[in-house]
Design a protein around this ligand. Structure first.
Ligand code: ATP
Length: 482
């Protein structure tokens, strides 16, 4: 017999004795019955020195699912899979893994600070069929977890152990939940399931820099108590900058996957004004990353500051004359100060951990007020592909650690600017034959071509200026037209 079962057995014997005593108590003189009660209590604690706590699945008048119950369920799931002989299995909310839990009347042991305790899972079947719960289809089944521990450990278990169980259980729940990608149309969020496969392992960048970012994220995600102690909102701002195709969006997806956060992709050009912006941001949930991509294109936040009202009106007028609908030409009235007010002030009122990430291809064009240190806590540059980043891409795309063409590629990468996206394009399998030679040679060709272009542009600086300007305009037009 397992310890929990044994103690439950003793418990029911003691309960029966108490019942018999209650019946016969009236036949004893008061003084005597008082003495008997006192000593029997001592005896009970001697015979059964264990305490039991029951956590029911549904609580309160409205039979809401108990948060403690679901945290315990998550907490025990890993212990159940290693200890219990009878398990129940279900598909997790992330649709990717099986979640195991104890079957009826199973028991698992746990240990905390050297103290042993037992968890049992059970259910009562209610005799009355009239109990109707709108929250649970099997309304007459009342499930519960029962915790048994020695009375000498009462303080430890009721204090530190239970809060450890709840904290761990909630963390497991967050990890296993189905994560969401929110996008806004106007002032409303809609969402789809977020299943981007990017991870820090697949992100090609300088390994030391990557390690620093991972450390920073870990520190942030564990710093809840610290932020509470210093009286600051649990938030962190990142500015990711670098040329197109260097992996800014990929890094954001990797961050979300690493932390297990939801993503809010905020399209600022679709937000009418600061009031709508505030509404959207307040609606974001804890454990999320709010992303504003291409901040330089989304708002007129550039070094030249906001365009004068007349200029905007003039532009709108021009567009109207060209036959466009008023709805289409209306510019967003979200202002830099509206955005900064939220980052600095209002956000502090929303509890929970949030990251806000801005991306830009042109960091030098941003208003200094936005990129000031303290406002954006971390500036991360994503740059052209270096040799280490290339090796990671080759490992991921071609499954090779080394090759005799690596030397040449290393040399060319030092002399040429090529984005990881372009490198990835050359390594992407084009047919069934994964001949590394072929892909690496195509990359070398592209690098040599880029080197030649760079050499030409050095002799003709005018050409470069026009070219980069064209690219910049193209980017900005693309963004506003979407
Ligand atoms: N550092 C990288 N590591 C791995 N893959 C990358 C990296 N950079 C780019 N890629 C690949 O190139 C594609 C485009 O990259 P991504 O959209 O992340 O770049 P970006 O910097 O956000 O570009 P943009 O500024 O145009 O939005 C990605 O789908 C990814 O496959």
């Amino acid at each position: 017999m397992k310890p929990g079962e044994m103690f439950a057995h003793i418990g029911s014997i003691v309960a029966s004795l108490m019942f018999v005593w209650a019946m016969f108590k009236q036949f004893f003189p008061y003084q005597l019955s008082n003495q008997i009660e006192k000593h029997s209590q001592r005896l009970v604690t001697l015979v059964y020195p264990y305490i039991q706590i029951t956590f029911h699945e549904f609580t309160g008048e409205r039979l809401m699912r108990s948060e403690a119950y679901s945290a315990i369920e998550n907490y025990l799931s890993s212990k159940a899979s290693t200890q219990a002989k009878r398990l129940k299995a279900d598909i997790g909310k992330n649709n990717q893994s099986l979640v195991l839990s104890m079957d009826d009347h199973e028991e698992v042991a746990d240990e905390f600070n050297g103290v042993k305790l037992w968890w049992a899972y059970g259910k009562h079947i209610s005799k009355s069929q009239s109990t109707i719960s709108f929250h649970h289809p099997m309304s007459d089944e009342k499930r519960y977890y029962k915790l048994t521990f020695h009375k000498s450990n009462r303080d430890l278990i009721l204090g530190r152990y239970l809060s450890h169980v709840l904290k761990e259980g909630k963390a497991i729940k967050v990890k296993n939940r189905q994560r969401k990608l929110y996008t806004n149309s106007g002032a409303y969020w809609s969402h789809v399931v977020f299943e981007h496969p990017a991870t820090f392992q697949t992100l090609a960048m300088d390994p030391k820099e990557k390690e620093m970012i991972i450390d920073d994220l870990i520190t942030f995600s564990k710093a809840g108590e610290f932020y509470a102690r210093i009286g600051r909102a649990w938030k962190r701002g990142y500015l990711l900058y670098g040329p197109p195709g260097t992996g800014k969006s990929t890094m954001i997806a990797a961050m979300a996957n690493f932390l297990g956060y939801d993503l809010y992709d905020l399209e600022l050009t679709a937000v009418k004004d600061n009031t709508e912006l505030r509404k959207l941001l307040i609606e974001t949930s804890s454990k999320s990353i709010i992303v504003i991509e291409d901040i330089d294109c989304s708002l007129d936040l550039t070094g030249q500051r906001r365009k004068k009202k007349e200029e905007v009106e003039e532009k709108d007028q021009r567009q109207k004359q060209q036959g466009m609908q008023e709805r289409e030409v209306k510019s967003s009235q979200v202002t830099l100060s509206g955005l900064l007010n939220f980052i600095d002030g209002l956000w502090s009122a929303c509890g929970g951990e949030r990251l806000i990430v801005f991306t830009t291809n042109y960091v030098e064009k941003l208003d200094p007020a936005l990129v000031r240190k303290g406002r954006m806590d971390k500036h991360i540059e994503l740059s052209y592909c270096g040799y280490e980043a290339f090796k990671l891409l080759a490992r991921n795309y071609l499954n090779i650690e080394s090759h005799n063409l690596f030397g040449r590629i290393c040399e060319l990468l030092k002399e040429t600017k090529i984005t990881p996206a372009e490198v990835a394009e050359h390594l992407m399998p084009k047919n069934a034959f994964r001949d590394a030679d072929l892909y690496l040679k195509s990359l070398i060709q592209a690098l040599e071509l880029a080197k030649e272009d760079a050499r030409k542009s050095q002799h003709d600086p005018h050409w470069t200026e026009n070219d980069s300007e064209d690219k910049a305009t193209e980017k900005s037009t693309n963004y506003t037209s979407t």
